[in-house]
Design a binder for this molecule. Structure first.
Ligand code: F0G
Length: 351
């Protein structure tokens, strides 16, 4: 049978009722790819979970399909969210599919171009503010208390329910839990969702539990520093967040699993961003590369022992942020005449 989307495939693990609408864009079932070249270089068994293969190009689809279905079930005609970009794309897409409205509030000038294009095309009402994600989230939380709109940020528990299914897929693909799960941390919902998923599957299938390793960007590393950051900065705009909403859940995932939450610099993020594309043929967005940067850092400082089985989560597709790709690319386009001989000579020179 062809894949039917998360709510159908994992219904026994989700709080679905007869009244929950059957919403889907066939999200989930994303590839878990053994990273052969990097495994060899790092001396570990490394896999990448390619969440950019979801319908809107990020892991947000897993949580959003369920959050929007539940909003419909409860009679909502409009969903609202704050976003660094991917949540807004997913909310707008699933709202379009469901035939309801979406309103998204985003930090002006800090959302990658592809994500903005998605929200426009799916038909969201887009509000940009002179403020960051944390400001936007505070506003939509307040507005949703007094206005008939359903809040679909990850503070909505159905988001984490949907997102936990990625942990199920990893266990199903590997046959058991990996030793270590590495993941970027922004608002801290996803690390919390994965941990919930691993624990629930372990109860039913005795599949084991990974150590949870979360990585924040250094300029936005509130959990690492132990205090909110008023003006978070990082090249990885997806995780440019200074006061994560699921802070305590993320710390619980870290502590219960015996893991870590660490930070990586923009330089380390950009190095990993280029490495994963050039060595493994995977184009992920900078925020996603934070987890690979964390893997590299942790192998170097011994927090990931040699030989470990490690899964790193590539949360979003590289096509979402073409501007950063072109800025970091050192490749010059070669402009030649429309002439076979001239082109042949050039190619022979390259070989
Ligand atoms: N990676 C990507 C590509 C993201 O878009 C996000 C969050 C994260 C990682 C971090 O996940 O917040 O659950 O810790 N993006 C949100 C958004 C904030 O609005 O799209 P988290």
């Amino acid at each position: 049978m062809a894949w039917q989307g998360l709510m159908e495939e994992y219904k026994e693990f989700l709080p679905i009722t007869e009244k929950t609408p059957k919403l889907s864009l066939h999200e989930g079932n994303t590839p878990l790819i053994k990273l052969d070249n990097l495994s060899k270089e790092l001396g570990i068994e490394l896999y990448g979970k390619v969440e950019g293969a979801n319908p809107t190009g990020s892991f947000k689809d897993r949580g959003m399909v369920f959050a929007v279905a539940k909003a419909m079930e409860e009679g909502s005609k409009c969903v609202i969210c704050a976003s660094t970009g991917n949540t807004s794309a997913a909310a707008a897409a699933y709202a379009a599919r469901a035939g309801i409205k979406s309103v998204v509030v985003i930090p002006k000038g800090k959302v990658a171009l592809g994500k903005l294009a998605q929200a426009c095309m799916y038909g969201a009402k887009i509000i940009e503010i002179d403020g960051n994600f944390d400001d936007a989230l505070q506003i939509v939380r307040k507005v949703s208390e007094t206005t008939p709109v359903a809040l679909v940020n990850s503070v909505n528990p159905y988001r984490l329910e949907g997102q936990k299914t990625a942990a199920f897929e990893i266990v199903d693909a590997l046959g058991s839990s990996p030793d270590i799960l590495c993941i970027p941390v922004g608002n801290a919902g996803n690390i919390s969702a994965y941990w919930k998923g691993f624990k629930e599957y372990n109860k039913v299938k005795q599949s084991g539990l990974p150590k949870m390793y979360g990585f924040e960007a250094e300029g936005s590393a509130a959990i690492v520093q132990g205090t909110p950051i008023a003006n978070p900065e990082t090249i990885a705009t997806a995780i440019r967040i200074g006061n994560p909403a699921s802070w305590s859940l993320a710390e619980a995932a870290r502590d219960e699993s015996g893991g870590i939450i660490d930070s990586v610099t923009d330089e380390e993020i950009l190095h990993a961003y280029q490495l994963i594309a050039s060595r493994e043929g995977l184009f992920v967005e900078p925020g996603s590369a934070a987890s690979l940067a964390g893997v590299i850092k942790s192998v170097k400082n011994g927090k990931i022992p040699v030989g470990s089985k490690v899964v790193t989560i590539f949360t979003g597709n590289g096509l979402k942020d073409p501007d950063t790709a072109m800025q970091v690319s050192t490749v010059d386009l070669v402009s030649l005449k429309n002439d076979e001989e001239e082109i042949r000579r050039y190619i022979e020179g390259v070989l």
